[in-house]
Ligand binder design. Sequence first.
Ligand code: SF4
Length: 128
Amino acid sequence: MTSRTMVKIDEELCNGCGLCISPCAEGALEIVDGKARVIKDELCDGAGFCIGVCPSGALSLENREAEAFSEQAVIIKREKDAEKRLKYIPQHCFSCNSSEEEKYLLPVKHKGEALWCCTRCLPQLIHG
Ligand code: SF4
């Protein structure tokens, strides 16, 4: 443990919007139970790139005791995140079967069923 600069998250102010996740190049932040959290101290380098994107002022920097920043831990986290992305299964439009990789999909509900609909088919649903 060492005393160093870390990102601080005010849980009262955090609305869980997730805007701070991607600016963190180290992957230190994730949304857990609807709130942003530093998932491992060794992933946070304390640079504070996340602070400017927070719309609710929930992020700041503080000096506290924490594990030292670890480049190796960041590399391992990036590899895990890449694996997660590879496992993602793209969704398809229920009407024309277009993949979300081809078109934008929006969620719709019909007779209790949750469906995805592409922006090309949606006007037909709306206007008949
Ligand atoms: S950007 Fe701010 S409000 Fe949004 S999840 Fe991150 S800390 Fe919470």
